[in-house]
Write a protein that binds this ligand. Structure first.
Ligand SMILES: N[C@@H](CCC(=O)N[C@@H](CS)C(=O)NCC(=O)O)C(=O)O
Length: 267
C-alpha cells in the first residue's frame, strides 16, 4: 500500500486543515521509513554487527583496474579478510578514469576507489586500512601500537620511495605504451635505476632471515610493497641481483588471496 493510500485510509475524507497537515506528515514519515527499511538491515554476524546489504546503494564497491598494483593490493586485502565487495572495472586503457561520473568519485582520476553508501574513499593504503578495520583481530593491520607502527613504517616507505622507484619503469615501459605516448625516455629510466639502486638494497637486506616484512605473518606491508612486483618482468625493473626480494615475493605469490586478485581473473 502506498503512503498516500495508507494516510487516506486512516484519515478518511476529513478535510480540515489539521487533518490535511497530519496526512502530509504521515505520508512523509512513511516514505522515509520504507526507504530506510529497503536500504539495509543490520544483522549480528559472527559476533560483529555487520551490514547485510539488500540494496545496491549500501553494498561495498571497489573501482579498480586489473593491471594496477594499487588496485591489486586492495583486492587481495579484501579477499584475505573474506569481504565480498562488488568490483567495478575502470578501463585505464580507454581513459575511463576521466569520465565525469568517475571524477566526482575521485578528482585525481585514479583507481582504486571504495564506495559504500555515501562514503567515498580513495588512496589504496587508506582503503586497505579501512577494510582491515572492519574485521576485528585481523593480523594484516595489528592494533598493538609498536606492531602497527612497524607496518605503518613500510606503508610510508612504499608511498615515499618504493612505489615511485617502480613507477619510473611502469610509466616509461607500460603506461606510455598503453596510452601511445611514445618510446621510453632514457633519462627517466636512468632516474628510476638510481632510485632502485638506493632503495632495493634496503628492502633486500631487511628481508634476510624474514618470511614476511613485519612479524611472522603477512600484513598490509607485504601486500603493498609486493603489489609492484607483479609488473617487474613486463616493466623490466633492475632487480635481478636482489635474491631476498624474490624469495619473499614467492611467499606472497603462494597465497590464495594473492592468486585470486590476479589480473587474469578480472578481464
Ligand atoms: N596513491 C594512489 C595512486 C593511485 C594511482 O596512481 N592509480 C593509477 C593506476 S596504478 C591510476 O589510476 N592512474 C590513472 C591516471 O592517473 O589517470 C593510491 O595509492 O591509490
Amino acid at each position: 500500500m502506498s503512503a498516500r493510500n495508507l494516510s487516506r485510509r486512516l484519515f478518511g475524507r476529513v478535510q480540515s486543515s489539521r487533518a490535511v497537515l497530519l496526512r502530509e506528515l504521515l505520508t512523509a514519515i512513511f516514505e522515509v521509513c520504507s526507504s530506510i527499511a529497503s536500504a539495509c538491515i543490520a544483522v549480528p554476524l559472527a559476533g560483529n554487527l555487520r551490514k547485510e546489504t539488500v540494496c545496491e546503494a549500501c553494498a561495498m564497491k571497489i573501482y579498480h583496474f586489473p593491471y594496477s598494483p594499487n588496485s591489486r593490493r586492495v583486492l587481495a586485502v579484501a579477499f584475505h579478510l573474506a569481504l565480498d565487495p562488488e568490483l567495478i572495472k575502470v578501463d585505464l586503457g580507454q581513459g575511463e578514469q576521466m569520465h565525469p561520473e568517475f571524477l566526482t568519485l575521485n578528482p585525481n582520476h585514479a583507481i582504486p576507489v571504495l564506495v559504500e553508501g555515501d562514503f567515498v574513499l580513495w588512496e589504496s593504503v587508506a582503503i586497505m586500512q579501512y577494510l582491515a578495520n572492519q574485521v576485528p583481530s585481523n593480523t594484516l593491520w595489528p592494533v598493538e601500537p609498536k606492531a602497527q607502527a612497524d607496518v605503518s613504517r613500510w606503508l610510508c616507505w612504499s608511498l615515499a620511495h618504493w612505489g615511485p622507484a617502480c613507477g619510473f619503469f611502469i610509466f616509461e615501459r607500460l603506461v606510455k605504451n598503453m596510452r601511445q605516448l611514445g618510446d621510453p625516455d632514457p633519462v627517466e629510466l636512468k632516474k628510476g635505476e638510481e632510485r632502485m639502486a638506493r632503495y632495493a638494497p634496503v628492502l633486500n637486506d631487511y628481508l634476510k632471515g624474514r618470511e614476511w616484512l613485519c612479524g611472522g605473518t603477512v600484513t598490509l606491508a607485504d601486500y603493498t610493497l609486493g603489489s609492484y612486483l607483479e609488473l617487474a618482468e613486463a616493466a623490466q625493473y633492475p632487480l635481478t641481483p636482489y635474491a631476498e626480494i624474490w624469495r619473499w615475493y614467492r611467499n606472497l605469490e603462494s597465497l590464495p588471496e594473492w592468486q585470486q586478485s590476479a589480473p587474469k581473473n578480472f578481464n
